[in-house]
Design a protein around this ligand. Structure first.
Ligand code: FAD
Length: 385
């Protein structure tokens, strides 16, 4: 049984079949749709380039019983409670992802998580409309890009001192000029008190008038349905390095999984596409045992974002590491590296430099010692540092 029919859910079905599981698989999904990819929702879909992002997976050939429009409500050993009654299971994959946080207030606010959200929002992005985006994070930046491209007047309100502060710290400040160049009114250090009819009210009492409000202030793992199940919950479903939960025969994958990272010696929950794509492989091996038994999920986290004409890619985990800039962030191609006390690469952020991302990712995986002076010189290839 797989609960949650997003990318991690469908990848779990594929991985179980690839590992030779021939028994019945049921895929429960709250949404009424076939599994689809989310990254294009804030990019090609919002830009009007495509209408569908259905995952290229043949559910018929996988012989999976996909039940769209069915939500899981509770879990006890061997039994899943759903909106359509109880279902018995021998093994279970939790893949219920995450849901957007909404702000207080009576005014209409849009979030961007589902294909319906994306198509609904796209219809509102019209020439001259005033759009207020709350949050200059990954989603906020991509929504602002699309809204501007559609000819909207865009204001982005961000509580932190710079865009992407939560993900990148002060490095995020180097993306602020992108907003300005795109003709966006970026207001940092501005906290929204409420979403009201006609726009936003900020905590300092000022207002931002808007025809459309989009809230992009983060997500929470969709795990409320597991309360009281015996599964440990702590900012997601707590798992070990094999993605095993506290309940026998139950694993968790994708955005909702908070797994033990052997590499970083701490628990990680990474809300990015790469996790949904690759964690199911380990989860399937864990559930089925046999030759794959003992598989460990220990990736270097990776994600990308496309904003204001820039391809932004990040790999690693930089908490506690020292920042070394490579290249001039005023330019269009630069990167930032974070180096550990031990002199190895902890993380890399590459702007329009896929080569730095690729080489940096390998360096992080390999754990080689670096020459920091060479690292700071963008003329030296990362792999030669
Ligand atoms: P989800 O995709 O959230 O799927 C979970 C599914 O479970 C959902 O369909 C949900 O309805 C269902 N569900 C929830 N609760 C229940 C329940 N109780 N019962 C049954 N079903 C339930 N990542 C990147 O790396 N790069 C990007 O550029 C990028 N862009 C993104 C843009 C957008 C607009 C969004 C929303 C995300 C983006 N991401 C990006 C993140 C990436 O899409 C997610 O990490 C990925 O979708 C997680 O997959 P998942 O299957 O774990 O969860």
């Amino acid at each position: 049984m797989v609960v949650g029919a997003g990318l991690a859910g469908v990848r779990s079905v594929e991985a179980l079949r690839a590992h030779g599981f021939g028994g019945a698989i049921t895929l429960i999904g709250e949404e009424p749709h076939r599994p689809y990819d989310r990254p294009p929702l804030s990019k090609a879909v919002l830009l009007g380039e495509i209408d569908s992002t259905v995952v290229d997976s043949d559910l018929g050939a996988l012989a999976v019983d996909h039940r769209p429009g069915v939500a899981a409500k509770g879990l006890r050993a061997g039994v899943l409670e759903t909106t359509e009654g109880e279902l018995a299971y021998d093994a279970l994959v939790i893949a219920t992802g995450a849901s957007p946080i909404r702000l207080r207030g009576e005014g209409p606010q849009h979030v961007l998580r589902t294909i319906d959200d994306a198509l609904g929002l796209r219809a509102l992005l019209r020439q001259g409309r005033r759009v207020a985006v709350v949050g200059a994070g990954w989603i906020g930046a991509e929504v602002a890009t699309a809204a501007r491209r559609a000819g909207c007047e865009v204001t982005v309100v961000e509580a932190a001192e710079c865009p992407l502060a939560a993900a990148l710290g002060p490095v995020g400040a180097h993306t602020a000029p992108w907003y300005e160049r795109a003709g966006i009114d970026l207001r940092t250090g501005a906290m929204v008190a409420s979403v009201d009819l006609g726009g936003l009210t900020l905590v300092d009492g000022s207002t931002v008038e808007a025809d459309v409000v989009v809230t992009g202030v983060g997500v929470r793992p969709s795990v409320d349905w597991l309360a009281g199940s015996g599964i440990e919950l702590d900012d997601g479903v707590v798992t070990d390095e094999h993605l095993r939960t506290a309940l026998p025969g139950v694993v968790a994958v994708g955005d909702c999984a908070a797994w033990w990272s052997r590499r970083y010696g701490r628990r990680l929950r990474v809300e990015h596409w790469d996790t949904a794509l690759n964690s199911p492989e380990v989860a399937a091996a864990t559930l089925l045992g046999g030759p794959g038994e003992g598989a460990v999920y220990d990736p270097v986290p990776y994600f990308w974002s496309e904003q204001f004409g820039h391809m932004v890619q990040y790999a690693g985990h930089h908490a506690g590491a020292r920042l070394v800039m490579r290249g001039d962030p005023v330019g269009t191609r630069w990167s930032a590296c974070w180096v550990t006390d031990g002199g190895t690469l902890a993380a890399v952020l590459a702007v329009n430099l896929p080569r730095d991302l690729m080489q940096g990712r390998r360096l992080i995986e390999g754990g080689q010692h670096l020459d920091v002076d060479r690292l700071a010189d963008p003329a030296v290839a990362l792999r030669d540092c």
